[in-house]
Design a protein around this ligand. Structure first.
Ligand code: IZC
Ligand code: ZN
Length: 409
């Protein structure tokens, strides 16, 4: 049995469901606390200086008065990819936008070319490096989307990397099928046929090998329209994959409205969303997965997080790590942006990067909060309180990461 003792402040949201409205700002705060761990799960929580029976524990970690929170959950990443996209910098300096570059056959399609060239093992080794960096930054569960293969073999290759990342690293990886991320050159100007190919040929194989929990689509101007997105997501649902959607990132073409209508588990990005989209999400119980580092990197505005909370939409915050619009996997930076740009309260932000993110991955029963029975995924921060994490930026403020009761860094 493991004991984490001498916790100055234990701060966590509570529950197994996503928190919305005023609930999002409610965190449990325990002073002079300790957490007991048995078989990788939290077995007991002590507060207000209550003395745990030390002789029961074979391992004791002294938090030395620091802040302890749940392990962070990064619920939106594209971490398995070949190449980088720094070659876009001169184009961007001349004024080219993200969609200009994609329409010209670059952007995502550039990453597809590099990803197709790499073997499963090469992609795995590369992504393992990213996973290590995420763990060092306090992330203990991360989503990973496919979408740089865009054909049967290469999509399966990417999803197999997700599976092996989960098996071969301490990180829990939640796998999402994003075959509908862009229209591959083989299907140029034939988006409908590509969606049919994904539904008829790729998805059945994804399901047969049980390689994904979610189906996602990039619903965007010049990518997939609302009808195509709907077809893709319904097809995913037929195979038991819950729906996620890249919605209203650049243009509000109806992605958030669709998310609400389909009862998607999450709609992601939402920089350009509007009242119609938000009202539909609120009605459908959709979590908003907001990606502030992408707004930063695209030099765009920030999603209307406060309006979403006011409308009762649960807000999660994730990194969107990918080689194009967000070449950073730093979720601590997203915490800073949550405060500075979304103007959320520290408590709302903690909920956004733990419990609400866990619920966006359908894992609220097992992770996302420090409660008896949940996995012992904990971070000891080199900080006395969560305000410090919102305030300081650019440094890694992690002291120790504990994953299912094991110290991993
Ligand atoms: O590679 O550009 N937005 N997909 C949708 C991305 C960003 C990832 C990329
Ligand atoms: Zn994305």
């Amino acid at each position: 049995m493991l004991l984490v003792k001498n916790i100055g402040l234990l701060q966590t949201p509570v529950g197994t469901h996503s928190l919305c409205g005023p609930e999002q700002a409610k965190n449990l705060k325990l002073k002079d606390a300790a957490v007991a761990v048995k078989d990788g799960k939290i077995s007991e929580i002590f507060a207000d200086g209550a003395e745990p029976p030390l002789s029961k524990f074979d391992r004791v970690i002294d938090a030395e008065g620091r802040l302890v929170t749940p392990g962070l959950v990064d619920c939106h990443t594209h971490m398995v990819f070949g190449g980088w996209r720094h070659n876009e910098i001169p184009l961007k300096l001349k004024g080219a936008t993200y969609l200009d570059i994609l329409r010209a056959g670059g952007g995502i399609l550039d990453t597809v070319r590099h990803t197709r060239e790499m073997s499963e093992d090469e992609l795995l080794n590369r992504a393992k490096g990213f996973v290590c960096e995420m763990l060092r930054g306090g992330v203990t569960t991360a989503e990973s989307k496919s979408g740089y293969g865009l054909d049967l073999n290469d999509e399966i290759k990417q999803l197999r990397v997700n599976k092996r990342l989960c098996e071969e690293t301490p990180m829990d990886i939640v796998s999402t099928f994003l075959g509908a991320h862009a229209i591959p050159p083989e299907f140029k100007d034939r988006a409908d046929e590509y969606i049919d190919y994904l539904c008829d040929t790729v998805l059945p194989e994804v399901k047969r090998q049980n390689l994904a929990s979610f189906c996602d689509v990039f619903c965007e101007d010049s990518v997939f329209d609302v009808m195509q997105s709907k077809k893709m997501l319904l097809c995913g649902q037929k195979y038991g994959l819950k729906s996620k959607i890249h919605a209203d990132e650049i243009e509000a073409i109806g992605g958030a409205v669709l998310a609400g209508e389909l009862g998607a588990i999450s709609a992601e990005h939402l920089i350009a969303t509007n009242e119609l989209g938000m009202d539909s999400m609120a009605r459908g119980g959709v979590t908003a997965a907001l990606l502030p580092a992408t707004s930063f990197y695209l030099n765009k505005t920030y999603a209307p997080a406060r309006a979403m909370i006011d409308k009762g939409i649960p807000v999660a915050i994730a990194s969107d790590f990918n080689p194009g619009s967000c070449p950073s996997l730093n979720l601590q930076l997203c915490i800073n942006l949550g405060y500075l740009k979304y103007r959320l309260l520290p408590e709302e932000i903690l909920t956004a990067v733990t419990l609400n993110a866990a619920c966006a991955l359908d894992r609220g029963d097992a992770i996302g909060s420090i409660e008896v029975g949940k996995n012992a995924d904990l971070v000891i921060w080199d900080a006395p309180n969560f305000e410090m994490l919102c305030y300081r930026f650019g440094s890694n403020q992690v002291k120790t990461v504990i994953k299912k009761g094991e110290i991993i860094q």
